[in-house]
Design a protein around this ligand. Structure first.
Ligand code: NAD
Length: 451
């Protein structure tokens, strides 16, 4: 009798408080903008841990030979078990110029493809090629990946590999249907501090990780004139949101085991107005066009396991370069910028000597002395680009799952369209789809595959 009375009183209190606040108990759910997860087509299966038969010789076709692609050609001449069969660019002279790396390495010259927007299709159609490597501007990435996979090729694509939710799902579905490797060339997961810190995190040095940060804060003013046909500025003019999220997302998601025991559930974004790029355009080019992309964009993400992420983007304002890369755990903290440091169960950073000994003790399992030496010699952002290419080729040679799969590609790229959706809806929370469609908990923890 007494307990019934208490229940009635509680119900009255809850009803009257919801009338006063205008809220019902599931009101927080209803504020989240839903994002569709298309059903997996019948007969299609996931590509988690995908293993393909070992490939003795990687025969690669490289498409897009601008600033980034040219460096990739050079790196590939430094990898054993690789033949460069095709070089493709809109500009014939860029393809011809890249032959110098092959000649210097004593490799046969590659066939060149140029002169048309669609010359790359012939590269994907070649029966001898088993890896298509894409370094063009962003707009063509997804169509090229799709065409390559439809023609039976494994594909690796520069960042960001897909721009819209439609492109992302098309890429995921095509990788699942064709059961081929589809990897985004996210090099920042192979930077030395990130690899060491990931290893420390996996050994529990920081306790349970609660929060991670990442981003791309890089004033591109010196580079704006260098992009072919001004593609990058055009994209900034037309698109709001974090349009270049993957350098921050890659290392952050590996730390949190995203789709390997956790998954992103909800994000919310906020940006500033655009001031610096419109001013640059006016001053330098006499161009008074408006710019959709804000000077600074921030995205916060909550995961299924109750972790948080903060991802930032800014390529307009003058400031020191930073990819942020920070983690907070129940027992420790790591930060890469402005000065790499660790803090273990303390309010202060460890001394430089302790940091250096931790760096030695927790050297990444993939970083053999040989690989480090070659990476530092060949270079590419201090060596991380070489390590990325080395790992891709190593895994293909040995028939192993790649370090980064198509779900990583999807998760790291989806921040662009989903941050835009949040911004365009007054910074509303947005649902993040599960690109594995239910299998995010099948693999436990991020790991590298070895022979
Ligand atoms: N991971 C990194 O650290 C990093 C660094 C720089 C650039 N990138 C990425 O690399 C890619 C290329 O950037 P970039 O700086 O080299 O740009 P870029 O403008 O210097 O080069 C792009 C090249 O692609 C070619 N191209 C465009 N459309 C083509 C088509 N249909 N067929 C053949 N070739 C085509 C252009 O002719 C040009 O040579 C971008 O995705 C960029 O985000 C990544």
């Amino acid at each position: 009798m007494k307990s019934n009375l208490i229940r009635v009183m509680l119900a009255v209190i809850m009803i009257s408080s919801s009338i006063l606040t205008g809220c019902t108990s599931n009101s927080s759910q209803s504020r989240i903008i839903p994002v569709e997860t298309p059903a997996r087509p019948d007969g299609q299966k996931d590509v988690l841990g995908l293993r393909l038969p070992p490939i003795d010789t990687i025969r690669v076709g490289i498409i897009g030979l601008g600033m980034r692609g040219e460096d990739a050609v050079y790196r590939y001449t430094n990898l054993p078990g690789v033949e460069i069969k095709a070089l493709c660019d809109l500009h014939q002279e860029r393809a011809d110029s890249c032959q110098r790396f092959l000649r210097a390495a004593g490799m046969p010259e590659a066939d060149t493809y140029a002169g048309s927007e669609n010359a790359w299709k012939a590269v994907c159609e070649r029966p001898d090629i088993n890896l298509i490597y894409i370094c063009t501007d962003w707009i063509d990435h997804a169509p090229m990946m799709l065409y390559a996979m439809e023609h039976g090729k494994n594909v690796a694509c520069e960042v960001p590999a897909a721009l819209t939710m439609q492109e992302i799902w098309d890429v995921v579905n095509t990788a699942e249907r064709t059961q081929l490797h589809c990897m985004m060339l996210e090099n920042c997961v192979y930077d030395f501090f990130e690899m060491t810190t990931l290893n420390m995190a996996q050994h529990g040095v920081f306790g349970e990780l609660m929060h991670v940060e990442g981003g791309y804060l890089h004033c591109l003013e010196p580079y704006w004139p260098e992009y072919d046909d001004d593609w990058r500025m055009k994209y900034n003019k037309a698109h709001r949101g974090d349009i270049y999220p993957t350098h921050g997302m890659g290392p952050a998601c590996q730390l949190l085991n995203i789709h390997r025991g956790d998954r992103m559930k909800t994000l919310v974004s906020m940006d500033t107005k655009a001031v610096t790029l419109p001013q640059y355009l006016k001053d330098v080019r006499g161009d008074t066009a408006s710019v959709a992309n804000g000077d600074h964009t921030m995205t916060m993400i909550r995961t299924e396991q109750g972790k948080s992420m903060l991802i930032q983007h800014g390529t307009a304002t003058p400031r020191p370069y930073s990819r942020l890369y920070e983690l907070t755990g129940t027992k420790g903290f790591a930060q890469k910028y402005p000065r790499p440091g660790y803090s273990i169960n303390s309010h202060s950073f460890v001394s430089d000597a302790v940091r250096d000994s931790l760096t030695q003790a927790y050297r990444s399992p993939i970083l053999t002395a040989d690989l480090e030496e070659n990476a530092r010699r060949v270079g590419g952002h201090g060596g991380m680009d070489f390590i990325m290419d080395y790992r891709l080729v190593y895994c293909l040679h040995h028939g192993l799952p790649l370090d980064m799969d198509v779900y990583d590609l999807a998760e790291w790229c989806c921040i662009s369209p989903l941050s835009a959706l949040s911004l365009e809806n007054d910074f509303a929370p947005v649902e993040v789809p599960d690109f594995t469609r239910g299998n995010w908990n099948k693999i436990q923890g991020f790991s590298y595959a070895f022979e």
